[in-house]
Ligand binder design. Structure first.
Ligand code: CIR
Length: 254
């Protein structure tokens, strides 16, 4: 959690066309920009060096930099997002990571979205989903091994976009989960805190240094985290929520 850097990408005006499950209206550009700025500000206040890349109009979902790559202190791995409209984001982020990391690996085959990856203190969990397939998971495990890390395949519940849509680490021993992910085998020795169904979007929380960033408007989830003695800070997420995104998606952190 002791990140020093974060890489973000400014939303493009095309973000209003971002992918979403269902045919509801997309977000308003100004409101997404406001949520993005609040997020960048919060990371800066927590002491991170925040760099914001220029917007990419041809990629409406490119604000969600978490999906085309994975980063660790040991190096970075370029992924291969499962949505065809997002595949080109990899080539856009690649030179940025090459500039910042000594080692940048690639996936040999398959598809993986960064939103399906949860890094715990012991291992890297890879949630199979509509975006992340078995070939991609296998290739990712091989790339992780090069960095000295171990990966394990788990399953994202049906109807949930990404594995991390439904979970997030609160501290080194505790993970917040939606009810569908309340599964001891999946999380090994981690203790699970179940987020109530009416606040499920709060499960995509983000621990940065001593603080858990959590979506605004989820009082019960906030209370559950604070009961563990962890400070929380609420951030607005209702607009990015319209295109199925949460707090972890908007940055790469190392
Ligand atoms: C998508 O469907 O790809 C975007 N609209 C949302 C991506 C959210 N990213 C994430 O959970 N890591």
């Amino acid at each position: 959690f002791d990140f020093t850097n974060a890489l973000l990408r400014k939303p493009a005006t095309s973000v209003t066309d971002g992918l979403r499950d269902g045919d509801h209206d997309g977000p308003a550009y100004d409101d997404v920009a406001r949520e993005h700025a609040a997020y960048a500000g919060a990371l800066r206040e927590l002491g991170l060096e925040v760099e914001v890349l220029p917007p990419l109009e041809s990629f409406p979902d490119s604000i969600f930099v978490e999906d085309p790559a994975l980063v660790f202190g040991e190096g970075a791995i370029l992924l291969n997002p499962g949505a065809p409209t997002r595949a080109g984001e990899v080539a856009e982020i690649a030179p940025e990571l090459e500039r910042r990391f000594e080692r940048v690996l690639t996936l040999a085959e398959g598809h993986v979205d960064g939103g399906d990856i949860l890094t715990t203190p012991d291992e890297v969990l890879i949630g199979l989903s509509a975006r992340t397939d078995a070939d991609g998971a296998k290739a990712l495990i091989a790339a992780l091994a090069v960095l000295g890390l171990s990966g394990r395949v788990v399953t994202t519940p049906p109807g949930v976009l990404h594995f991390k849509t439904g979970c997030g680490l609160i501290d080194e021993e505790t993970v917040a989960v939606i009810a569908e992910l309340d599964d001891q085998e999946m999380f090994g020795s981690l203790r699970r805190v179940v987020i109530p169904a009416n606040e499920a979007a709060a499960a995509n929380l983000l621990r940065v240094r001593g603080t858990v960033l959590i979506g605004e408007g989820f009082p019960k989830a906030r209370e559950l985290v604070e009961a563990l003695g962890v400070k929380t800070q609420a951030l607005p997420v209702s607009e990015i929520g319209k295109i199925d995104a949460g707090l972890s998606c908007m940055s790469l952190r190392w």
